[in-house]
Design a protein around this ligand. Structure first.
Ligand code: HEC
Length: 146
């Protein structure tokens, strides 16, 4: 309890210190509002808790989600998962289109659990489907971010 309190205080002071240094380095005299608006994006990035890969959960790219989640089965083709980049394995699936593929991913299909067992939202899942499909010869278009 005591130790974890120390750690929290230390982390908080490190954050304040780094924001402070950033502000001092770029502060035009007497222009606090402009400084605040420049600091804001930095603070937001700190608080959004990016994962190790720098991906923000809820707004991951298809490649980021693939590399943290889908890769588990699709890289090696576990349990008949169509392998990454395998055009022959993907061709009949591409025929389903993005909508059909999304139905499979959201509901799950055979050894693939619903939402591929991930915490990803629909936009992230669609991006990952497009990423994988297009690396296997597809020409799907990524949906616009919500
Ligand atoms: C636990 C293993 C596993 C994980 C993790 C996984 N998949 Fe799958 N996936 C499968 C298997 C197995 C199939 C083949 C299902 C079948 O047709 O029998 C499949 C098929 C698919 C298909 C083709 C669906 C169809 O209707 O033909 C898509 C698209 C897909 N996966 C996308 C993804 C995406 C995107 C992720 C990551 C977010 C992911 N998968 C993660 C196992 C997995």
């Amino acid at each position: 309890m005591f130790h974890s309190h120390i750690r929290t205080v230390a982390a908080a002071s490190a954050l304040i210190l780094s924001v402070g240094v950033f502000a001092m380095g770029s502060r035009p005299k007497g222009d606090d509002e402009a400084v605040n608006s420049r600091i804001a994006p930095v603070a937001r990035v700190e608080l959004a808790a990016p994962s190790a890969a720098g991906a923000v959960v809820g707004d991951r790219s298809g490649e980021q989600l693939y590399k943290t989640t889908c890769i588990t089965c699709h890289e090696a083709g576990v349990a008949n998962a169509p392998k990454f980049g395998d055009k022959a394995a993907w061709a009949p699936r591409l025929a389903l289109g993005l909508e059909g593929l999304m139905k499979s991913v959201i509901a799950g299909k055979n050894a693939m659990p619903p939402r591929a067992g991930s915490d990803a939202n629909d936009t992230e899942l669609a991006r990952a489907v497009v990423y994988m499909a297009n690396k296997a010869g597809g020409k799907l278009t990524e949906p616009a971010a919500k």
